[in-house]
Each structure stands twice: as C-alpha cells, then as structure tokens.
Design a protein around this ligand. Sequence first.
Ligand code: SF4
Length: 111
Amino acid sequence: MPKRRRAILGGRSNAPRPEKSWTRWHEHAACADLPSQLFYGSESESAAERADREAAATAVCAQCPVRCQCEAHAINLPEPYGVWGGTTEASRRNHRRWARTQAYGEATRAS
Ligand code: SF4
C-alpha cells in the first residue's frame, strides 16, 4: 500500500521536490572538500596574499569538471564575493561593468 502523503498547511505536500539544477552540478565540485578560505579572502588580506590565494583557487577551478556551470552561476546571479568558476571578484566586477557599458551603448544607439 502506498504511503499516504501528509498535507501541509498552505496546500504544499511533503512529496520529494525535484532537484534544482544548481545543486546537481555542485555535487561534482572540485572544491567540495577544500577549505572555503581558499575561495573567500578575509578583509585583512593584503593584495599580495589575495593574488596568491586567487591563483591557487583558480588552479583548482581549472581542473574542475563543473567549471562552466559554476562560472555561469556566478555571472548570472551575480555572485559578488569569492572565486567561482575560475573567475575572481575583480574579473566578475569588470565583466558586469563591461556588460552595463554594452547595454548602455545599445540603448543609446536604438534611441
Ligand atoms: S569551478 Fe572552482 S569554485 Fe566552481 S565548483 Fe569548481 S572548483 Fe569550486
């Protein structure tokens, strides 16, 4: 006999929810067992320490099987902090600035 589902207030059920796509790729991350301090720096970090840390983190990303998904996630969200998909905070900030400039250029050309 199938198990009866328990009704939850608000019309939702306790049936298993479909997995979200971002959680699926995250399971294969090369950084899953690494310390988060490698990908997120502290505020007291010097520029040289940051450069070394980001180089080490992006080297891990270069070997990661889900780098493309991770980079797309970081750019689309956008993720302001940390190394994601081989990109750094600064590189994503530059990308956002470039995208805004492109959008502004297209808007002014269209008008
Ligand atoms: S690309 Fe880098 S940050 Fe993204 S999951 Fe892989 S190792 Fe982690």
